[in-house]
Ligand binder design. Sequence first.
Ligand SMILES: NC(=O)c1ccc[n+]([C@@H]2O[C@H](COP(=O)([O-])OP(=O)(O)OC[C@H]3O[C@@H](n4cnc5c(N)ncnc54)[C@H](OP(=O)(O)O)[C@@H]3O)[C@@H](O)[C@H]2O)c1
Length: 318
Amino acid sequence: MAFALFSLSGILICAVAYALIDFILPYVRPSKLHRYLHVKDGKPAWALVTGASDGIGKALSFELASQGFNVVLHGRNPAKLERVQRELETAHPNRSFRILIADATQCAQAPDTFKDIAHRLSDIHLTVLINNAGGTPILTEKLFKGVDEYTHKEIADTIALNATFPTMLWSTLVPSLSQNAPALILVVGSLASNGLPLVAPYGSSKSYLRTLSESLAQEMIIAGRDIEVLHVGLGTVTGVSGIWTPPSLFVPHATTMAKAIMGRVGCERVDVVPYWPHAVQIMGTVLLPGWMKGMIFRKVMVDLQKKGLNPGDEKKRE
Ligand SMILES: NC(=O)c1ccc[n+]([C@@H]2O[C@H](COP(=O)([O-])OP(=O)(O)OC[C@H]3O[C@@H](n4cnc5c(N)ncnc54)[C@H](OP(=O)(O)O)[C@@H]3O)[C@@H](O)[C@H]2O)c1
């Protein structure tokens, strides 16, 4: 009996130690972003960042430029992108930047858009693709609402922006990334994909993106393509178009998040929570029983709904 108890506690201690090491490892491994900073036929490495005109995408573009990459800034608003391009050129005069306009909610209906994107990028040595553009395109006043309160256009646009556009962009660019290997596809996801209520179309689209990343990562191995696929799940980040509260430990600024994301490249996971305090938060909910997790998710989201963040708030900040 004593031996059985001793063995059991030994197994338990090993399992906890393993889980702890497994949790910590991605945050202590050095970033391997430099793997993708290579020259081909005299052409320097470029990164494409979708949704680079604001928030995390803008911060990622600055981070990539500071690490030696030239950056293609994708978005739908030329004036905003030109402003970001000027800021980048001032901060990083030795790098090159170019703009790529494509509205993610329109692209699925206009298949030539992707041919055009491939053509416009065909002269550069693209080694990094960052799928960052995302969010909830909101037409009505409320951002947090039940699925029956969404217009059909809001649902279609949310899925197009967060799921359809990245899938079609990947299918367009994987061949050239493969030729330019080693290459990186980084996908910005959300912890809302864990089944948060009141953002169902957004959370589910992000969940799709996580599954897509897992599938693509396996496909790259089957095809013998040296392309790292990394999905990063984000909690709340400030300094973005909809949130500009002062940063805190659990709500970091977009620049802090951009560094954390780049820090996780090469961490030997397909899916990681890049910012460790968010990982601690989500770990807490994983350990809870389902009913308690549901209770916490409902409370958090209903409180956010009561605070009433809406599209008008973004305009006030401009
Ligand atoms: N901030 C957070 O708390 C948080 C949490 C979890 C996950 N995320 C994810 O992080 C990513 C970046 O979000 P963010 O917080 O940085 O938001 P943001 O400040 O609103 O930036 C979103 C970017 O995507 C672009 N975009 C939006 N709709 C587009 C469209 N239809 N076509 C082309 N580009 C479009 C925006 O362009 P415009 O400037 O023209 O609007 C902007 O550049 C998203 O994928 C989001 O889901 C954010």
